[in-house]
Design a protein around this ligand. Structure first.
Ligand SMILES: [Zn+2]
Length: 438
C-alpha cells in the first residue's frame, strides 16, 4: 500500500495544522482515517470484523463514523501480529516487543514509514516541550532490548536538528559525567530514576539546580493529578532539578506518544497521527472532561494498523483552549488502569490514587491488596512498610481519608518485610498491586 502521499511529515506543516481551527483539521483527518481504515481492512483481523458488520471504509462520510466501529481489545492483539499483518510486500525495518496480557510478548513490526511517522511524532512532542534545533538532550532511557520509546525519542531529536546523547538508563555517576561534560538542556527519563539521579548528585556535592538542566521529559510514571497539579514526586523533581517537567505517555502497540506543552495541562493529540476517544464501560463515547478508558486509532500506521484500540488506561480529554496556542485537544494525566479499578464504599478508586497520596512520605514502602468482599464490592488493604515508629496505622488511615474521602484498611509493617513482598517476583519494578479478586 502506498500512503506516502497522504501525509507530509514536516515540522512546518505540523505547526500549521496545530494552529488551525478544528473545522479545518477535520476534513484532513477524515481523509487520513479513510485511508487508514482501507489499509486496516487488508489485515485478516479487520477484514473479518468489517465483513461481520457489513462495513466498507469507502462508505464513511465523517470522522464521527469511527465511533460506530467495534473496539479492539488487548486480548485481540495477543493473537499475534499475523492477524494484523496487511500481508503485502511490506518489510519490517524494526521489530518491537511489548508485554501481552498472557505474558507472551506481542510482536509489533515497524515499517520504514512507521519509523518516520514515529520520529515525526517525537519531533512535534519535543518542539511542544520547547526543544529546538541545536539543543542537547540526554536520553537516560533504554534504547535497545526491542523497546521502541528510546528509539522514538532519539529519531525525533535527530529529525528536529537537536543533539541526542544516548546515555541509556541507570549509573548516576556516568550520567553526571555526561551532564557536566556535554551540558545538555534537557533529560528524558523515568521520574523515579530522575529523582535518584538528583539525589546522587546532591550527595556528591553537585549543585543540581545549577547544572544547566532546564527541562525534564518524563516517561512511564504519571507526575500529575487529574487537575494537572504535580504529584509529590513531580514536585520533588521540579524542586531538586530547578527544571520544568513535561510528562509524556505512549505505547508500543499504538505507535504514538503524547507530550505536554509549556502550559502543563495534558499532552496534545497529534492530529495527523491519532484520533483519541474516551469511552465508558459500555464502550459509549464520553464528553470532554469526563474520565474513561482511552481508545486510540493511530492513523497511517502500516505494519500494525489498529482501529479503536482499548488501551486499558483511564484519562480524560481536554478541549478547552490551550495557552500554548496549539488548537488540538489534550489528553490529561493517566488516572489509573481499568484492570486495577476498585469499587470501594460506593466510590471508584485506583491504586494509583493511593500511591500519589502516600508518595509525599518518601520513607514509606506501599502496596495495595484487593479481595472480593461478601457483598461483591472490593475489600481493600493498604500495606505500609516503615521503620519510623511515629507512623501508625491510624495516622496513615487519616491521611488517606483526608485525600480520598474513604478510609481503607491500613496495615503497618517493617519496611524490609514490605519490600520483600513487593520484590518477590524479581521483576524490573517492585510490585505495588496484588489482585486476589478472581
Ligand atoms: Zn498546549
Amino acid at each position: 500500500m502506498d500512503q506516502s502521499n497522504s501525509t507530509t511529515f514536516s515540522l512546518h506543516e505540523g505547526l500549521r495544522l496545530r494552529a488551525a481551527e478544528a473545522t479545518l483539521v477535520e476534513p484532513y483527518q477524515f481523509k487520513l482515517l479513510r485511508d487508514h481504515l482501507r489499509h486496516a481492512a487488508r489485515t485478516p483481523f479487520y477484514k473479518n470484523i468489517f465483513r461481520q458488520i457489513d462495513f466498507s471504509p469507502d462508505g464513511i462520510s465523517s470522522i464521527r463514523d469511527l465511533a460506530g466501529l467495534p473496539l479492539t481489545n488487548r486480548e485481540d492483539i495477543d493473537q499475534g501480529q499475523f492477524m494484523f499483518d496487511p500481508g503485502e510486500t511490506m518489510t519490517s525495518a524494526d521489530i518491537a516487543l511489548t508485554s501481552g496480557t498472557t505474558g507472551e510478548a506481542v510482536i509489533v513490526p515497524y515499517t520504514t514509514r512507521d519509523l518516520d511517522r514515529l520520529a515525526f511524532n517525537e519531533t512535534m512532542g519535543f518542539y511542544g516541550a520547547g526543544i529546538r534545533r541545536g539543543d542537547r538532550v540526554l536520553l537516560a532511557v533504554t534504547l535497545d532490548r526491542c523497546f521502541i520509546a528510546g528509539l522514538a525519542y532519539y529519531s525525533g531529536l535527530v529529525r528536529l536538528g537537536a543533539t541526542a546523547i544516548r546515555s541509556g538508563p541507570g549509573q548516576p555517576a556516568r550520567q553526571w559525567n555526561l551532564i557536566q561534560k556535554l551540558h545538555p538542556r534537557a533529560i528524558v527519563g523515568v521520574p523515579s530514576f530522575l529523582l535518584r539521579l538528583a539525589v546522587w548528585g546532591e550527595e556528591n556535592g553537585i549543585n543540581t539546580r545549577k547544572c544547566g538542566i532546564e527541562s525534564l521529559i518524563t516517561i512511564g510514571e504519571p507526575i500529575r493529578s487529574p487537575d494537572y497539579s504535580l504529584t509529590s514526586l513531580g514536585k520533588q523533581l521540579e524542586d531538586t532539578w530547578g527544571a520544568k517537567i513535561y510528562s509524556s505517555y505512549g505505547a508500543t502497540e499504538f505507535e504514538t506518544a503524547f507530550c505536554e506543552c509549556s502550559a502543563s495541562c495534558g499532552g496534545h493529540v497529534h492530529p495527523e497521527l491519532m484520533i483519541v476517544e474516551i469511552v465508558d464501560d459500555d464502550g459509549e463515547l464520553l464528553p470532554d472532561g469526563q474520565p474513561g478508558e482511552v481508545v486510540v486509532t493511530p492513523l497511517g500506521v502500516e505494519g500494525f494498523p489498529l482501529v479503536r484500540f482499548r488501551t486499558g488506561d483511564i484519562a480524560r480529554l481536554d478541549g478547552t483552549p490551550c495557552q500554548c496556542g496549539w488548537q488540538t485537544k489534550r489528553l490529561g494525566p493517566l488516572e489509573g488502569r481499568l484492570a486495577q479499578r476498585l469499587k470501594y464504599k460506593g466510590t471508584t478508586l485506583y491504586p494509583e490514587m493511593i500511591f500519589h497520596v502516600l508518595q509525599e512520605y518518601a520513607t514509606l514502602a506501599v502496596y495495595v491488596e484487593v479481595r472480593k468482599a461478601a457483598d461483591l464490592s472490593d475489600e481493600l488493604t493498604v500495606v505500609v512498610g516503615t521503620d519510623d515508629q511515629h507512623i501508625t496505622k491510624q495516622i496513615v488511615e487519616e491521611i488517606l481519608q483526608a485525600h480520598l474521602r474513604v478510609r481503607p484498611k491500613v496495615v503497618v509493617k517493617k519496611q524490609a518485610e514490605v519490600l520483600a513482598v513487593m520484590g518477590k517476583d524479581g521483576g524490573r519494578k517492585l510490585k505495588k498491586f496484588f489482585d486476589f479478586r478472581s
